[in-house]
Design a protein around this ligand. Structure first.
Ligand code: PHE
Length: 344
């Protein structure tokens, strides 16, 4: 046995012996540095391998491997022991009162717009409508052309539009493009859907205008659908939403995609129709637009206007939410103030 092998054997004995005396994590660390670190005999011997003769090399190699394996095994065992002891001592010194009450998770709640939306779904669900969702980013054709608003027609100015950098792609300005999408999907069956969702308009924001707002579209297409069906459905909706004393009127209006067209007004629920600040003294609050689906729009949807007729409406959900909860500024709905949201 040569000198190096002897040294290695002594190192193993010394290492194992000193490991016996290690009792805490810091001492274990120091031990690791000394016996298995960069400057330890084991590691420096590996580094010097090239300086040994061809005959010595396998012998020394085997010897140093054996020492390393022995030291590492002892170290792993010691680590377990120390970990276990640390756990025992912390259990002995720290008291845990399992009878203390826990922390209740904070409960989230639905946004008032969603509450209103769910109520809208419930009401129209009772009337036999289905909810149909359609994209918020639309083609110019769906948002305008197929709704009887051809390119460059001044009627497009009724909507302040966000155009995207992609030619022919817009953020939808209303839920009406869903009329075309749902008709094309349902054809030739009758259509009775509501289409809820976000719409975007490039607008000056104030107390009652936001660039983003929610709307739901109402669409019925079938044989023999009349204006009276529309009036009855809309009036019934407001009664179910705002109470039996709510009543509505239809005011003549114009939309390129309905003929005839009307604005849906509800008697002001704050003053009962006598005139107040909310209704600007008129006694009426505007809920949305409506009308009989224009023959050309029916055609774009695939339905023969000689056989089918239909009605459509677009009602503001934000507006409805303000009325339902007596909120006086539309901007509260989206500025994420927890003091506002907690009230619902
Ligand atoms: N899309 C119209 C708007 O947002 C509302 C509307 C819908 C009018 C359906 C008539 C029929 O202004």
């Amino acid at each position: 046995m040569n000198e190096i092998e002897t040294q290695l054997q002594e190192e193993q004995q010394a290492g194992l012996a000193s490991l016996e005396r290690v009792a805490d994590p810091q001492a274990l660390d120091t031990w690791k540095q000394t016996h298995l670190g960069k400057t330890s005999l084991v590691m420096t011997t590996y580094g010097k391998m090239g300086t040994f003769s061809k005959e010595e090399r396998p012998l020394i190699g085997r010897a140093v491997n054996a020492v390393k394996v022995a030291l590492e095994a002892a170290l792993a065992e010691k680590e377990e022991v120390i970990k276990h002891e640390a756990l025992l001592s912390s259990m002995a010194s720290e008291k845990l009162d399992v009878t203390l009450p826990g922390f209740l998770p904070r409960r989230g709640r639905l946004h008032p717009i969603n509450l209103t939306m769910r109520e809208v779904f419930r009401i129209f669900g009772d009337m036999g409508f289905q909810v149909y969702s359609s994209p918020e980013v639309e083609t110019d054709d769906m948002n305008f052309t197929y709704l009887n608003i051809p390119p460059y027609h001044p009627a497009r100015d009724m909507w302040d539009t966000f155009y995207t950098e992609d030619e022919g792609v817009v953020l939808r300005t209303h839920t009406s493009p869903g009329q075309i999408r749902s008709m094309r999907e349902y054809y030739p069956n009758p259509v009775r859907v509501i289409l809820p969702g976000a719409c975007m308009r490039y607008e000056q924001q104030d107390q009652s205008h936001e660039i983003e707002f929610m709307q739901f579209e109402l669409l019925v297409v079938d044989k023999g659908v009349t204006f009276a069906h529309m009036k009855g459905t809309l009036d019934d909706f407001t009664k179910r939403m705002f109470g039996a004393s709510a009543y509505t009127r239809l005011r003549p209006s114009h939309f390129p995609f309905t003929e005839p067209s009307a604005e849906l007004d509800m008697a002001c629920i704050f003053c009962g129709g006598s005139g107040c600040g909310v209704c600007h003294g008129t006694g009426w609050i505007e809920l949305g637009g409506c009308g009989m689906v224009h023959p050309r729009v029916l055609e774009y949807g695939g339905y023969d206007p000689e056989i089918y007729s239909g009605f459509a409406a677009g009602v503001g959900i934000d507006r409805t939410t303000l009325l339902r909860y007596h909120i006086d500024d539309i901007r509260y709905l989206r500025n994420n103030d927890i003091r506002f949201l907690e009230q619902f």
